[in-house]
Design a protein around this ligand. Structure first.
Ligand SMILES: Cc1cc2nc3c(=O)[nH]c(=O)nc-3n(C[C@H](O)[C@H](O)[C@H](O)COP(=O)(O)OP(=O)(O)OC[C@H]3O[C@@H](n4cnc5c(N)ncnc54)[C@H](O)[C@@H]3O)c2cc1C
Length: 412
């Protein structure tokens, strides 16, 4: 583990020395690191850096878990079922271990462990690959046929389903997302980190070193290193660099209220599910109702600052039709809440966790897409290690490298 002294060497000399004398500078009184963005990527990174003994400022223009952020939904799922993407299955297993440790440390219930079922009418290639990956990772799962599904989950209709891949509570859970991000920021501050509400953009630079951030109030904030963990805002902040590689799309989901006193549609009776037959995914109710996202709502670009968060008639109808079909006893259930959020997708779904190509002391973290939340604690550790000068596993580093992400060309 590299300590703060090692970090200062890296920041003031080491990796930056190649950039000349201007780079070899630690500004007195300035924090070691500023992390811009307090979502799942930035919030966990700020905490991990602080826990490694650095002085850290976490900035967010709207606050942690603000309703515009992708990390601000009530819930997000953790699953090892990743189709053919075994790298993320393995990461999800590691991340779940970290979530459990942190949950115990924070003293708050953040994980609602349960089965997660993938409904199918045939063995899709990605499900075949997923089964192989579960076997390789020795993760438990079941394959239930339609009759067995009817017995285990009588609240759901399976007429069009042939079988389900059932991932067990060993690798699946629903995470209280917004609450997690609030508690991460709270603990970061308790441990001596500083949080500020501020809008930041890249500021003046000397050679390959960024000297300071430019703040929205006209001020500046100097630091040893900077992490931009701005999720779906990254293409706006770095239009030339990140813009071509990240597409920001709108996503909607809805919460249906179960009948009074009826626990069938709530955790733990209702598992999280992914529907390969009728489309979309959902979770059992924790507080707000049975959650369902039609998911395939079309790839509509969304500006996270200015987009209205009202649902579209089209997706509302798709959602109602789906609930009536898959949960017949919820057919007339009221919608209690709707949310519109954005995913920041890369061409191949891999994250961007990399050093800025023009600056030795600037890091970029985005591209969480529709699956980044669960990996937050692991992303935080990965970024903290990189910022502190610890080399990454070369294969992992290559996956997350900005340059290895294809340009989307407006069509991916
Ligand atoms: C509908 C939906 C469902 C999803 N479901 C799942 C799931 O089940 N499981 C899962 O693992 N993942 C899921 N994801 C993905 C996951 O939520 C995201 O990958 C993750 O939350 C992204 O975190 P982030 O920190 O990159 O971005 P965000 O949470 O958006 O955080 C970015 C932060 O940066 C701040 N910011 C931006 N620009 C600036 C600036 N210039 N100055 C200061 N602050 C700035 C913003 O205010 C924001 O708080 C889902 C996403 C969506 C939208």
């Amino acid at each position: 583990m590299i300590d703060r002294r090692g970090f200062l060497n890296v920041t003031a000399g080491g990796a930056l020395a190649a950039a000349g004398p201007a780079a070899a500078r630690v500004i007195k009184g300035a924090p070691d690191v500023v992390v811009v963005g307090a979502g799942a990527f930035g919030g966990w990174a700020a905490l991990a850096l602080r826990e490694r003994g650095l002085s850290v400022v976490s900035l967010d223009e709207y606050g942690p878990a603000n309703p515009r952020a992708s990390s601000a939904g009530e819930t997000r799922s953790i699953r090892a079922g990743y189709g053919a993407q075994g790298f993320y299955s393995a990461w999800a297993v590691k991340a779940l271990k970290l979530w459990r440790l942190k949950e115990a440390e924070f003293g708050r219930t953040l994980l609602y462990v349960n089965d997660r079922i993938e409904l199918a009418d045939r063995w899709l290639p990605e499900m075949v690959a997923q089964r192989r990956i579960f076997d390789e990772l020795r993760l438990p799962y079941e394959i239930l046929d339609r009759d067995a599904l009817r017995v285990r989950y009588p609240q759901m209709a399976f007429d069009d389903v042939d079988f389900a891949f059932v991932e067990t509570a060993a690798s699946a859970a629903v995470i209280k997302a917004r609450e997690s991000m609030l508690v991460v920021s709270e603990v970061f501050q308790k441990k001596g980190g500083q949080f500020r509400i501020a809008r930041a953009r890249p500021g003046p630079a000397t050679g390959r070193r960024m000297d300071a951030l430019a703040l929205g109030d006209g001020g500046a904030l100097a630091a040893g290193q900077f992490v931009f963990a701005c999720g779906p805002w990254a293409p706006k902040l770095f239009p030339q660099l990140v813009g071509p590689k990240v597409a920001v799309w709108r996503s909607e989901y809805f919460y249906w209220g179960p009948p009074a006193g009826d626990a069938r549609f709530s955790w733990p009776n209702q598992p999280a599910w992914h529907d390969h037959v009728a489309g979309g995914y959902g979770f059992g109710s924790l507080e707000r109702g049975l959650k369902y996202s039609p998911e395939a709502g079309g790839r509509v670009a969304q500006d996270p600052d200015t987009a209205e968060r009202l649902p579209t008639d089209y997706l509302l109808k798709r959602g109602r039709d789906y609930i009536g079909r898959r949960f017949p006893d919820m057919r007339d259930a009221p919608i209690l809440e709707t949310r519109a959020c954005q995913v920041d997708n890369t061409a191949n779904g891999h994250f961007i966790l990399d050093r800025h190509p023009d600056y030795d002391n600037v890091w970029l973290a985005s591209g969480g897409g529709g699956h980044g939340f669960k990996h937050g604690p692991l992303v935080g550790d990965y970024l903290a290690d990189r910022v502190m000068g610890r080399p990454a596993d070369p294969d992992t580093e290559a996956l997350f490298r900005l340059a290895s992400h294809a340009d989307l060309g407006g069509g991916a």
